[in-house]
Write a protein that binds this ligand. Structure first.
Ligand code: ADP
Ligand code: MG
Length: 636
């Protein structure tokens, strides 16, 4: 037996390891299973190239719990280690690796991001164990070795009588970590970190119906049938799928394989994904993965943190911020890349050249896929638009490259259910919706029901009205206005349609100057000036006498602020202000002017104002009650 000290420069590193990232103790299991996987795959390679003259067979990794003995075992059938190799890889290399890692990061452990996910390796076992044993037999014809370390820098190394090839790691679980002796806990961790690792992982056994046994059915005297129970057999409980879809070639996968894999990733998700994007590059960096577009709701925050990041099939995190462009974090799926540096902070990650390339590759792939979906089946793409627009619009806002590419597939739906690309829309409306100053006015509504009457007025003039209802649309509109030449967006309820698209023709007012003046004064006496700005307009006599509008600019600024304008709250605190557009050519206005008593005039104005408010859903509470009462009085 050899006794010795692990080469230490720190007096005792184990308490440090234990303290380090206390929230993340569970990663020890992933580290040990990664090592077992590496050892197995290394052996596979050596047998493939003829270096190891042993039968590779169908090796698996086994995890067992010994509750009484308070031990957790991780057993592999990989290449194993000789005593000399234990000395070298465990006592020297791994240890100095762990030491270096701790030294580097002990101060930044607060950066709970990706740090600590990788790098601690074998010694992470001491986060949960008070003593660790390694019993290992190399594939080389040499005696097995038994290493023991109790968490002090001392270790022992002695021969062992283990005969099968491979390594067994025995963790003597510490008093404060007994949760790792619970089957449910280990099962949960295996599913979280190792669900797609490339070597089969066995955790216990399970009973299944014997596939070779067909239960017989017998009839009794009365003709009643009874079927004997299925014969049960016990099989290994393999917790992982060693060949997940993303590791395969796109050409080898059918649509069902992609949806099947989606099920596997999100067993609790019942909705089918809309489509998927298979990522697969090996130059200038390695990256594979499958991204899914789920049906998207308008709540953007809700849908984050669904993409899982793997390194060589080992789960790392489901926070892909910094690696995947922000707008795509709403997607689901898997990204696997050995080239993403993980034991670094987020800010470093975002500045890393390789990561930047990965991020822009993913953006490009997504844009290309959307374009090809649009080109190959436009009808289907239009049908899905409502469920995916939020991602696309968000991408157009946040990634310049994506914005440029999106011209090819971003759609602008109309209230009548037509879908235009920007170019199509432009060509369609440029003759009719260009105002007298040569500016193209793109009309839109955000709510077909609420803005019905305004939409109708626009349609009466043969204008196209878009239906734009995303929460971030005001930002996108702002961006389009600043990139496309000489255009402006106007929501249909922003003003009277004649003012939204100003043409040269004018309608003559029936009122002379004096009448106009007295109408204006009268209205201002009755209409509360803190809520409405009165605006007299000469319109067709059959158009609505009173209409409430809300000017585009203020409304848009408020909306932008509400959906992440950040910083100052300049517009949010402003009271809601509306314009009251009064049609001076309407019969009602003539009647108001012709009415003799002031009291009656006021009543007419109040009632008309309330009707206008009612049509906008702005009449509520006591005012609504009074209005209803008053209206009944009138028809009595
Ligand atoms: P890393 O995996 O990054 O090399 P670790 O600290 O996890 O660092 O492991 C250190 C070394 O110990 C490994 O590189 C390997 O040589 C050896 N090792 C660890 N676990 C096993 C195992 N189960 N079978 C064979 N060798 C192992
Ligand atoms: Mg390792």
């Amino acid at each position: 037996m050899t006794k010795g000290n692990i080469n230490v420069s720190v007096e005792n590193i184990f308490p440090l390891i234990k303290k380090f990232l206390y929230s993340d103790h569970e990663i020890f299991l992933r580290e040990l299973i990664s090592n077992a996987t590496d050892a197995t795959l290394k052996l596979k390679h050596l047998t493939n190239i003829g270096e190891a003259k042993v039968e590779y067979g169908d090796p698996k990794i086994e995890v067992t719990i010994d509750k009484e003995g308070k031990k957790l075992h991780i057993i592999d059938q990989g290449l194993g280690m000789t005593a000399e190799e234990v000395e070298k890889y465990i006592n020297q290399v791994a240890f100095s690796g762990a030491e270096e890692f701790l030294d580097k990061y002990k101060d930044s452990a607060k950066d709970s991001g990706i740090i600590g996910h990788f790098g601690l390796g074998f010694y992470s076992a001491f986060m949960v164990a008070e003593k660790v044993e390694i019993i290992t037999k190399s594939f080389k014809d040499e005696p097995a070795a038994h290493w023991t370390c109790d968490g002090s820098p001392e270790f022992t190394l002695e021969p062992s009588d283990k005969t099968e090839r491979g390594t067994e790691i025995i963790l003597h679980i510490a008093e404060d970590s007994t949760e790792f002796l619970e089957e449910s806990k280990i099962s949960e961790l295996l599913l979280k970190y190792n669900k797609f690792m490339p070597v089969s992982i066995k955790f216990g056994t399970k009973e299944i119906n014997d596939p070779d046994h067909e239960p017989a059915t017998t009839k009794d005297a009365e003709g009643k049938e009874t079927t004997e129970p299925h014969r049960k057999i016990t099989v290994d409980n393999i917790i992982n799928n060693p060949n997940p879809a993303w590791t395969k070639q796109p050409a080898d996968l059918k649509e069902e394989d992609y949806t099947g894999f989606y099920r596997e990733l999100y067993p609790m998700q019942f909705e089918e994904p809309l489509f998927n994007i298979h990522l697969n590059v090996d130059y200038p960096f390695n990256l594979t993965g499958i991204l899914y577009f789920p049906k998207m709701s308008n709540d953007m925050q809700m849908q984050k943190d669904k993409i899982q990041l793997y390194q060589n099939q080992v789960f790392v995190t489901d926070n892909v911020e910094g690696i995947v462009p922000e707008f795509l974090t709403m997607l689901r799926g898997v990204i696997d890349s050995p080239d993403i540096p993980l034991n670094v902070s987020r800010s470093y990650l975002q500045a890393d050249g390789a990561v930047k390339k990965i991020s822009s590759y993913i953006t490009r792939k997504v844009a290309d896929k959307l374009k090809s979906l649009f080109n190959s089946n436009r009808e289907d793409f239009e049908a899905k638009w409502n469920d995916i627009k939020i991602v696309i619009e968000y991408g157009m806002l946040s990634e310049e490259k994506f914005f440029e590419k999106a011209d090819a597939f971003a759609l602008y739906p109309t209230v009548d259910g037509k879908y235009y690309t920007y170019e199509e829309l432009f060509n369609k409306i440029k003759a009719s919706q260009t105002d007298k100053d040569g500016k193209l006015v793109i009309l839109y509504a955000s709510d077909k029901e609420a803005q019905h009457s305004y939409i109708e007025s626009a349609k009466a003039k043969d204008y196209e009205v878009l239906l734009l209802d995303s929460p971030i649309i005001s930002h996108l509109i702002q961006k389009l206005e600043s990139t496309k030449e000489n255009i402006t967006f106007a929501r249909v309820d922003g003003d009277h349609i004649n003012n939204l698209i100003k043409k040269d023709e004018t309608t003559i007012s029936k009122l002379d100057e004096e009448q106009t003046k007295s109408l204006d004064e009268l209205l201002k006496e009755v209409i509360p000036s803190d809520k409405f700005t009165v605006q007299l307009e000469a319109m067709d006599s059959n158009e609505s006498p009173f209409t409430i509008t809300q000017p585009e600019f203020m409304r848009r600024m408020k909306e932008m602020q509400a959906t992440g304008g950040g910083g100052m709250n300049m517009f949010g605190n402003m009271p809601e202000m509306y314009n009251l557009v009064v049609n001076t050519n309407s019969e009602l206005v003539s009647e108001i002017l012709d009415t003799k008593t002031k009291k009656k005039q006021e009543r007419l104005i109040t009632q008309s104002l309330d009707l206008a408010r009612l049509s906008q859903g702005l009449l509520k509470g006591e005012e609504l009650t009074n209005f209803i009462k008053r209206s009944y009085e009138m028809i009595k």
